[in-house]
Design a protein around this ligand. Sequence first.
Ligand SMILES: [Zn+2]
Length: 152
Amino acid sequence: MPQQAYVMRCGSCGARNRIPENRVGDAARCGRCGSAINTRPLTIGHPIVVADADFQDKVLQSPLPVLLDCWAPWCGPCRMMEPFMDELAAEWRGRIRVCKMNVDENPRTSSRFHIQSIPTLLVFDNGQLRNTLAGALPKHSIVQAMSPFLKS
Ligand SMILES: [Zn+2]
């Protein structure tokens, strides 16, 4: 079987770099510009909590495409999606970063992306908003929407 590899963007030049599975955790360098690439995010298999203060760092500068779940604790449909967002974070470990942001606590980012209702899922890649999925969705619809971002 061919060895599995991950693809991470370089934080300096944006080049896509292949990281073989057995090198995750090692020091890596960008093939184009030589900048150091931190491969530790590849090992995270649970949703990452994002706030206004670290949105830039965790979402826009992410070396991986990002699925950002905009939610609030009082939102029933949001909480129904929670178990499979956890599953997706584990299934997509090293390929797509799954993040969660509480909209009530983070008004700056919520208004920047015009979030009118929750749940809303925002998809980012290479610092750009690439897709918006509004409303509660079944897991398979989310998987389908993210399939263009899963190929390495
Ligand atoms: Zn680079």
